[in-house]
Ligand binder design. Structure first.
Ligand code: PLP
Ligand code: COI
Length: 365
């Protein structure tokens, strides 16, 4: 299949440079969008295209569009970083393109050619390059999504879809910056179950998580920690991020992250950190870890740090854990040295301040 063309139709009403500078001064996360977006339709029998890069704005949709009723919707998230040499590069976008298709298949949606995903990103970042923030830790967050648009109420896969790509300048994901978060271990709700959609980045997973996040807030916590659906014992993820636990064992630093069971999202940050941790001389393991192990290992001083990782917040320390069974502090509630080191190493690669020995950075312009 040849990659469909994306026609460029620049907006006639771009935001003024003065207003853009104001917006970029404190971008936060997910509130500001650039001047343009990419839209590519799909029709069964015809495939994808033609696409258009055009002014960012509302899209018209039939109220019977199946995404509004049965939730066939997937998304991705990756970032473009200003490099030290002034160029702009994305962090592992082809991994997101691949995971987008893993999600699409689980939701009975069509594959999107990876070249189309990457081409859309290249065109949008190039068109809106003035929106890429320059400070370390800031970036342009790219949000690809696919929704089912056929107007039909039968419960079956849609025969029409839209691929959209939005771009949003991003600063700190959590309003408090990189301060350690307090987490609530959810015993009332599960995020994902065996055979379900946990490994896919589909909208419904996030809709189903909100009530637990709300409960966590009510308990005075920033984030929810998910347990496995069967035993309600093994730790899976934190909100929309993967988790790592840091042990000091016989003079060795050991990182443990929950293994991918099918109900966890296989994070690209998680995968990158497994590699970087080993290069730092740490041991890194993927295995099951229970809540009681978490609590005991902290109490015995064997576990010295815990942190969450994901594209949006990169690395966020976990300082305080609360559950109905009790609560405990990790590293006195402060950011630990291993967490800080890994964050620094990863951000240095992402901003082009350290050599990209893995070929993770894809230069855009
Ligand atoms: N877990 C969930 C549920 C997520 O939504 C995300 C975010 O993408 C992650 C983990 C982290 O994945 P990544 O590192 O690819 O952003
Ligand atoms: C992440 O990038 O870590 C996310 O979970 C994205 C989130 C905004 C859904």
């Amino acid at each position: 299949m040849t990659t469909p063309k994306i026609e460029i139709q620049p907006t006639a009403t771009a935001v003024s440079p003065e207003r853009r500078a104001q917006l970029l001064a404190n971008p936060g996360f997910g509130h500001i969008f650039t001047d343009h977006m990419v839209v590519v339709p799909y029709h069964e029998g015809q495939g994808w295209g033609p696409g258009v890069l055009k002014a960012y704005g509302p899209i018209a949709m039939d109220p019977a569009a199946s995404v509004l009723h049965y939730g066939q919707a997937i998304f991705e998230g990756f970032k473009a970083y200003q490099q030290q040499d002034g160029s702009i590069a994305c962090f592992r976008p082809e991994a997101n393109a691949r995971r987008f298709n893993t999600s699409a298949r689980r939701l009975a949606m069509p594959d999107l050619p990876e070249e189309l995903f990457l081409e859309a990103a290249k065109l949008l970042i190039t068109q809106d390059r003035a929106w890429v923030p320059t400070a370390v830790g800031e970036s342009l967050y790219l949000r690809p999504l696919m929704i089912a648009t056929e107007p039909a109420l039968g419960v079956r896969p849609s025969n029409q879809y839209l691929f959209l790509l939005l771009a949003s300048p991003a600063g700190a994901y959590f309003p408090a910056g990189v301060k350690p978060v307090t987490v609530w271990i959810s015993e009332d709700y599960v995020r994902a179950a065996p055979g379900g959609t946990g490994f896919a980045k589909c909208a419904g997973n996030y809709a189903a998580s909100l009530v637990a996040q709300h409960q966590a807030k009510g308990e005075g916590c920033d984030q929810v920690v998910w347990l496995d659906a069967i035993h309600r014992e093994y730790i899976e993820e934190m909100g929309g991020m993967n988790l790592f636990f840091v042990y000091q064992e016989k003079g060795e630093t050991v990182l443990v992250t929950p293994e991918l069971t099918g109900s966890l999202l296989p994070g690209i940050t998680r995968d990158s950190l497994l590699q970087l941790a080993r290069e730092q001389g740490f041991r890194a393991e993927e295995r099951r870890i229970s809540v009681s192990e978490w609590r005991t290992a902290v109490a015995e001083g064997r576990m010295t740090e815990a942190f969450a990782c994901g594209t949006a917040a990169v690395i966020t320390p976990v300082g305080h854990v609360k559950s109905r069974q009790g609560e405990w502090l990790i590293n006195g509630g402060e950011t630990g040295a291993v967490t800080a080191k890994l964050r620094e190493v990863l951000l240095a690669i992402q901003h082009g301040a350290a050599p990209d020995t893995h070929g993770w950075m894809q230069k855009i312009l």
